[in-house]
Design a protein around this ligand. Structure first.
Ligand code: SAH
Length: 279
């Protein structure tokens, strides 16, 4: 984002007052050579699942462009992206032109290291929840090497439990308890605004090795499948009567935000159990 390239004249000369005092820390970091950065908003995917109204997709593109977020992913859209969507985008056409479309949510978020579901619904198995501000802070603190997905549900039925279980966290936008469901594009606007706002604060840049970065959703899914296989083979999991065991384990591991090296260790443990059993 352009703020990271901004020059704070106030920090260069004590005679010139700063017109943007909120950027002082960034300028000081630069002057003394501390590594600092703002977020890379290009790392953020706005994922809309099963959207039925083209106007909501267009309005979402507009909301995103207003907040400098540009990557739109449509999962199994239920409407054409044509005249209505472009009219509502009001000029944010590039976001619609460059959209990615996938058949399911797993495919959409496979390369992401942090996946956050935006949801209003209370679930029978509650998922770890964050506020919009905490969501923005979490994304900023991740560093620039991790891809992030913010996932939004269907107009009439939101996200399924299986879709929520692909996510690390759930974010709920506080609203009138009697009328708490926002229009889809309005919900996208609120979360993108929180991200835009926090992006003005510089943070220390940490370059992590790929092993220490958050594991991708694809790698975590591979682990869950392996885990289920091993737990079934040791009869810890009764496939006839699985109950909520796998959902609870998913919630536990999603909350941990595993790194790639941790996933490798966990898979190594599973492989050693398999080897022990077969030997
Ligand atoms: N009736 C649906 C809600 C649909 S609103 C349900 O039962 O879940 C469409 C989408 O907008 C939701 O899936 C969610 O992603 C987002 N949304 C709307 N209001 C929200 C709120 N208060 N907090 C978080 N997300 C919200």
């Amino acid at each position: 984002m352009s703020l990271s390239g901004g020059v704070n004249k106030g920090a260069q000369s004590s005679k010139q007052p700063s017109t943007k005092p909120e950027l002082d820390t960034l300028a000081v970091c630069r002057a003394y050579g501390y590594p600092s950065r703002t977020m890379d908003l290009a790392n953020i995917d706005i994922v809309m699942v099963g959207t039925t109204h083209p106007g909501n997709i267009g309005a979402a593109a507009r909301a995103m462009h207003n907040m400098s977020v540009s990557s739109l992913v449509l999962v199994d859209p239920k409407c054409p992206i044509g005249e209505i969507a472009y009219a509502r985008a009001s000029g944010a056409n590039a976001i619609l032109d460059n959209r990615r479309t996938t058949a399911n949510l797993q495919e959409a978020v496979g390369e992401c290291g942090l996946v956050i579901a935006s949801s209003t619904r209370v679930r029978s198995l509650p998922w770890p929840e964050m506020t919009p501000q905490q969501t923005a802070e979490r994304i900023r603190d991740l560093g620039t090497q991790t891809r992030v997905a913010l996932v939004f549900g269907r107009e009439h039925s939101g996200l399924t439990n299986a879709e929520l279980q692909l996510c690390n966290y759930m974010v709920n936008i506080p609203a009138n308890p009697e009328f708490s469901s926002l229009n889809l594009a309005a919900a996208i606007q609120v979360l993108c605004y929180e991200i835009y706002k926090i992006n003005a604060d510089p943070v220390e840049d940490r370059q992590l090795s790929s092993q220490e970065c958050a594991a991708t959703s694809h790698a975590i899914e591979g682990y869950f499948q392996h885990l289920e296989q091993v737990l079934t083979s040791t009869q810890f999991l009764d496939s006839e009567n699985p109950g909520l065991l796998m959902q609870r384990l998913r919630r536990l591991y999603q909350r941990l935000e595993l790194t790639q090296s941790e996933v490798n260790i966990l898979r190594g443990i599973l492989s050693s159990v398999e080897k022990y059993k077969s030997g």
